[in-house]
Design a protein around this ligand. Structure first.
Ligand SMILES: [Mg+2]
Length: 275
């Protein structure tokens, strides 16, 4: 079979797989409330956590950036958060926002807030692993969309999540047969992953990135390829539109121009307007 000339890149968390909402609602937010003893303001703090991490332009930010943003607001609005400056210092200056790097900084400084942040992050990992399979499944119409896409394009998972987790989630639902490449956290930034894939010779107007967060759009833009948004809380209708309109347009060379602009405008309005 002749090699396909189209490439479709698909983000995993919160785009193909319905994993973000449960992780944030069941783990990230509630565990912060518990670790910092914020039960008194729980409802408003969790509402704000979800706005920042799920429903506005900051959707999908790194967990430590999200934590610092939340604690900074809590420090101003509800109760002093001890050591908030040390956390800000680390979040702003570390070359790597990861548990390992946080651990090294904590050992170096002995800062109690960094210790709490690490404990929170590790507990979140345990909590996420324990989430039931029903909390980690593909959105409706993702399977049909992948089958359709794979009919005429190479399909790449382009995710910044842990490779093992991505592979497991896609394998559990037998979606891997509809993919040709798996690019994950260990493959570098999404922009770099797309650039690497394009080195195989796909023309720019035959490459599409499907994603749910600003970072996905930026990765597409930096490679000058098309972008199709999956809108938070409208995932099913977004995938339906991919099947009915966006996919066929892309395949038929009618994606660029007005349609692409409208998709990007709607996406930005959606992320800016839901606070
Ligand atoms: Mg995502």
């Amino acid at each position: 079979m002749a090699d396909k000339e189209y490439l479709i890149c698909v983000d995993s968390d919160g785009c193909a797989m319905d994993t973000m909402t449960s992780k944030h609602m069941q783990c990230f937010g509630p565990y912060m409330v518990r670790e910092w003893g914020l039960q008194k303001w729980e409802d408003s703090i969790l509402k704000r956590w979800n706005e920042v991490n799920l429903y506005t332009i900051t959707r999908g930010i790194n967990r430590f950036q999200g934590l610092y943003k939340a604690l900074e607001e809590i420090n101003q609005k509800y109760i002093p958060v001890e050591g908030i400056e040390s956390l800000g210092e680390w979040v702003t200056h570390t070359p790597e926002l990861s548990n390992d790097s946080l651990k090294r900084e904590m050992e170096k400084t002995g800062s109690p807030i960094l210790q709490k942040a690490l404990r929170w992050s590790e507990t979140v990992n345990e909590g996420v692993r324990a989430l039931k399979e029903k909390d980690r499944r593909p959105f409706p119409r993702v399977r049909e969309s992948l089958v359709y896409a794979h009919g005429f394009a190479k399909v790449a998972i382009v995710s910044s999540a842990n490779r093992q987790a991505v592979m497991e989630e896609w394998e559990n639902y037998e979606l891997l047969p509809y993919t040709d490449y798996v690019m994950a956290q260990d493959s570098g930034s999404k922009a770099r992953c797309i650039a690497k894939l394009m080195q195989e010779g796909y023309p720019k107007d035959k490459v599409l990135m499907i994603g749910d967060a600003l970072g996905d759009y930026k990765a597409a833009k930096s490679n000058d390829i098309f972008f199709y948004p999956i809108l938070a809380r409208q995932e099913e209708s977004s995938w339906k539109e991919f099947l009915d309109a966006a996919g066929p347009r892309f395949k038929g060379g009618k994606y660029g121009g007005a349609y692409q602009r409208e998709k990007i405008d709607t996406f930005m309005d959606h992320l800016n307007g839901q606070a």
